[in-house]
Design a protein around this ligand. Structure first.
Ligand SMILES: Cc1cc2nc3c(=O)[nH]c(=O)nc-3n(C[C@H](O)[C@H](O)[C@H](O)COP(=O)(O)OP(=O)(O)OC[C@H]3O[C@@H](n4cnc5c(N)ncnc54)[C@H](O)[C@@H]3O)c2cc1C
Length: 283
């Protein structure tokens, strides 16, 4: 999705093919991706959602993309269809997840050999949202895991504090960020969750101008423990996701988050801002 913007900015005709019915469906729920799709369409990108690429045709170079719904003439193809650890080196020796990620403890030590530590995209991370080792490959995790592993390998006990998989993206100037599980992912994982979606002006309507912010939270049914959050806005509010990430890391409930101390200044937000209101209005 970042690449379609880069190519469009270079004056290219761009087609986005996506097998899932929504863009960025692993990170954001429908309420948020609908906005992103509008922005992508408005930018003049031809979007084909729910369409699966079957093959490429051409001779010395690709000339045609064939999908389950049609075929398209192209000059160039960029494929971004996921990644997995290259487990050839260790697959018969270390414990791994089915995708080949080395299972580590919170000191980054592998489970089968005290002399093997694993970090980054080839290893699991402890998820605060699911309270399990998961595969969440991000640079933010890789650098923190490296610090933890190096300290432990040298004899200083340091524990990994967990990950929420916080991430952000800017698509044609529209800003989006998420942390923890989306509602769809949480349900796929078999978690019993509730959610709340809230849309509000980012600052009081008496200010000369303002834009909307969309925010959604996902939380555990019964306990109200926060499991995920998503933010989308024209003006950049992506860094507010850090507060939600910390709340998940510390096991906070929706009720606790709603009454947390966040500053107010009309230039930036409302006394009860969208951040707190999404938690406050959660049932
Ligand atoms: C397009 C793209 C955009 C991304 N954007 C973000 C982002 O904005 N934010 C974010 O947090 N994360 C982002 N990521 C993810 C992030 O890049 C990775 O999580 C991170 O680089 C993982 O670090 P790593 O050291 O585990 O692996 P890598 O960075 O992949 O480094 C592993 C290195 O090991 C080398 N190697 C492999 N096998 C061997 C071998 N047998 N012997 C010697 N060397 C070997 C490889 O060549 C490679 O250089 C992005 C990833 C991609 C692909």
């Amino acid at each position: 999705v970042e690449l379609i913007e880069a190519f469009k900015n270079h004056g290219k005709e761009v087609i986005l093919m996506e097998a899932m019915p929504r863009v960025m469906a692993n990170y954001f729920d429908k309420e948020i991706t609908e906005e992103a799709e509008k922005v992508i369409k408005e930018a003049g990108v031809e979007m084909h959602l729910g369409e699966t690429v079957k093959k490429f045709e051409g001779d010395d170079r690709v000339k045609r993309v064939v999908t389950d719904k049609g075929s398209y003439e192209v000059d160039m193809v960029v494929m971004s269809v996921g990644f997995r650890p290259n487990d050839e080196l260790y697959k018969d020796y270390l414990e791994t997840l089915p995708n080949g990620a080395i299972v580590v403890d919170t000191t980054m030590k592998s489970s089968k050999d005290d002399d093997v530590y694993a970090i980054g995209d080839c290893a699991t991370v402890y998820s605060r949202a699911s309270e399990k080792q998961e595969y969440i490959a991000l640079a933010t995790n890789a650098v923190r895991m490296g610090i933890v592993a190096a300290n432990n390998a040298l004899g200083k006990h340091v524990e990994y504090c967990g990950t929420q998989g916080s991430n952000a993206i800017c698509v044609f100037g529209y800003n989006m960020a998420s942390t923890g599980w989306s509602e769809e992912t949480a349900i796929k994982k078999g978690l019993k969750v509730k959610s709340n979606f809230f849309k509000d002006a980012e600052r009081p309507e008496f200010m000369p101008s303002y834009e909307d912010v969309l925010v959604k939270i996902v939380y555990e049914e019964g306990t109200g423990r926060l499991l995920g959050a998503q933010i989308a806005s024209k003006h950049n509010h992506a860094e507010a996701i850090h507060a939600f990430s910390l709340a998940i890391q510390r096991g906070m409930t929706v009720q606790e988050f709603a009454l947390s101390d966040f500053f107010f200044l009309p230039h930036y937000n409302k006394p009860l801002s969208w951040m707190t209101m999404v938690a406050y209005t959660a049932k």
